[in-house]
Design a protein around this ligand. Sequence first.
Ligand SMILES: Nc1ncnc2c1ncn2[C@@H]1O[C@H](COP(=O)(O)OP(=O)(O)O)[C@@H](O)[C@H]1O
Ligand SMILES: [Mg+2]
Length: 236
Amino acid sequence: MRMLSVENLDVFHGDAQALDGVSLDIEEGAIVAIVGANGAGKTSLIRTIAGMHRPKRGRILYRGLDIAGWPSHKVCDLGIGQVAEGRQVFPSLSVAENLSMGAMLPRARAERERNLEKAYALFPALAERRHQAAGTLSGGEQQMLSIGRCLMGAPELVMFDEPSLGLAPTIVQSVLKTVRDLNREGLTCVLVEQNVAVSLKLASRAYVLENGRITLSGSGEALLSDDRVRQAYLGL
Ligand SMILES: Nc1ncnc2c1ncn2[C@@H]1O[C@H](COP(=O)(O)OP(=O)(O)O)[C@@H](O)[C@H]1O
Ligand SMILES: [Mg+2]
């Protein structure tokens, strides 16, 4: 079943157009990869779906409801979460306080304790450091916290924006394994990931974004063997 459809989305930052007629579909239960160079518009797309930019044109249908232009707290409360680029934890707050911030949505309040236990079970390192200031965590632990905080909002769809950026290779593996495991438990995922080969392997569907336009789409497998993708994004 289709969970989210983006139709003909145009987004501007001031006079500069970041997205030009972008359309894509996200099936419930899928991992959908968005591939593109720096500046292609991947973050603009995620932030527009999340209600942080207002599109100039186009529709964003979530379970059939057009949410384009909705404020971000309302989008979150529908069950659309994002793990933002650059992690963005609250450094002076404790791990536990950061996680609690994720449970302030009306949809998540009642399940707060249960979701906290789930987050600690998923990331035992966070449980051990629950009273520690988030700013003292390693980059990998901050990424776990950022994911954990998003999950505290009980999302049905999570958009991951470069979750492994700047992390050590072993941590990269574990972050991507987390995405895969969460998906296997039923979470629908959008994945923007500099590790293009891995993201295409995980993805059931993928879109290539170039200069604000979708130029190619298909199954992850099909794009993985597409010559244009191999040359431009896999260095093959
Ligand atoms: N807040 C902003 N104000 C002005 N221009 C922006 C802003 N955010 C992004 N851009 C521009 O929009 C384009 C797309 O950026 P972005 O969505 O961040 O791409 P990506 O995530 O694929 O690297 C780039 O040209 C970028 O410089
Ligand atoms: Mg980006």
